[in-house]
Design a protein around this ligand. Structure first.
Ligand code: ADP
Length: 312
């Protein structure tokens, strides 16, 4: 599909360039041969002294030389613009092609993540239906496990919806001046971690222009991760000059994982023992991008991680 589109775009570029080139060549041809035509006409009408007569063959030859020069120039333009048009078409289409590839990967990852628990659920229900001696207790246990799977799938579909929402955020995010410290406190309350003795806060007033709902979501994701991967050790939150720092002393992130943690569905090696789908940080990054904010990470394996969000 990409090759076809590239060829089509090259043909469009060529058609435009050649139309312009031929148009100007015609003007050049007309204006340069105008004088020659005028002399020819004058000679025809006035019949001048043969000593001053310009040989009609020379006039004809000059005209054809101009014609062939212009033809050669146009052939060169055709060749050069063909090559450069093909190159430019490739450059123009490359980001679109990457977007389509990313979208394909996303759809296949999302359907894979949904299909796996769905087939487990289906098998469990089928086996249970065939079991004639299942007790009420066993049936309840199975239903509880099924409910957990359903809850996980709901969580995943919420993540997917959120990712989509923040990617097409132009109409839904509403910027306001707010104190970031209040958003951090709100996020802690919603996460219900504020009674956790392991969280240390040092929050200075920091007024920024942001969409409060999505910014709170970004903060919640980072605090939730610090809690999840923090191995119940101390977590510290500090806010100074529009820079929010969230540090934990937990599992840390390996060098190999670090460049990929913001990719959709990417989960580090050490994360496998915890719940998750690898979507939190990509949502956080998307929200930060929507605000022109930067997210930086420093991490050492088994020592902990520090995530910094720098708002402008
Ligand atoms: P999830 O937590 O669901 O796996 P995220 O997108 O939030 O997905 O994070 C991606 C990966 O980044 C995680 O799987 C984990 O490997 C790593 N990660 C994120 N935050 C931390 C943290 N505070 N400590 C250690 N690893 C982290």
């Amino acid at each position: 599909m990409f090759k076809k589109a590239r060829t089509k775009l090259t043909v469009y570029y060529l058609a435009i360039i050649m139309a312009i080139s031929i148009f100007f060549s015609l003007i050049i041809y007309q204006s340069t041969t105008f004088e020659l035509r005028r002399i020819e006409n004058m000679q025809r009408i006035r019949k001048p002294n043969p000593a001053f007569l310009i040989d009609p063959d020379i006039v004809k030859e000059t005209k054809s030389r101009i014609f062939f020069t212009l033809l050669t120039i146009n052939s060169f333009i055709l060749g050069l613009s063909g090559i450069s048009g093909y190159f430019l078409a490739g450059k123009t289409l490359a980001p679109i092609s990457k977007m389509i590839e990313d979208q394909k990967d996303f759809v296949s990852n999302a359907s894979h993540e949904l299909r796996t628990p769905l087939s487990v659920l289906k098998t469990q229900i089928e086996v249970a239906l065939r079991d004639k001696e299942m007790s009420l207790d066993e049936a309840k246990k199975l239903l509880e496990s099924n409910l957990e799977d359903v809850n996980n799938m709901t969580k995943l579909s919420n993540y997917l919806l959120e990712l989509n929402k923040f990617q097409n955020s132009e109409n839904i995010i509403k910027f306001k001046k707010v104190d970031l410290a209040n958003l951090v406190i709100d996020a802690l309350k919603t996460l219900k971690l504020n009674d956790d003795k392991t969280i240390k806060t040092e929050l200075n007033k920091s007024v920024i222009n942001c969409d409060p709902d999505s910014t709170k979501e970004l903060i919640s994701i980072l605090i939730d991760n610090a809690h999840k991967y923090g191995e119940s050790k101390e977590i510290s939150l500090s806010l100074r000059n529009k820079e929010l720092k969230i540090s934990d002393k937990g599992t840390g992130i390996s060098r190999e994982d670090l460049p990929h943690i913001f990719d959709r569905f990417y989960r580090g090696d050490k994360a496998r023992s915890h719940d998750g789908y690898g979507l939190g940080l990509s949502i956080a990054k998307q929200i930060a991008d929507n605000h022109g904010a930067k997210i930086k990470v420093e991490s050492k394996i088994n020592k902990g991680s520090t995530f910094k969000v720098i708002f402008s």
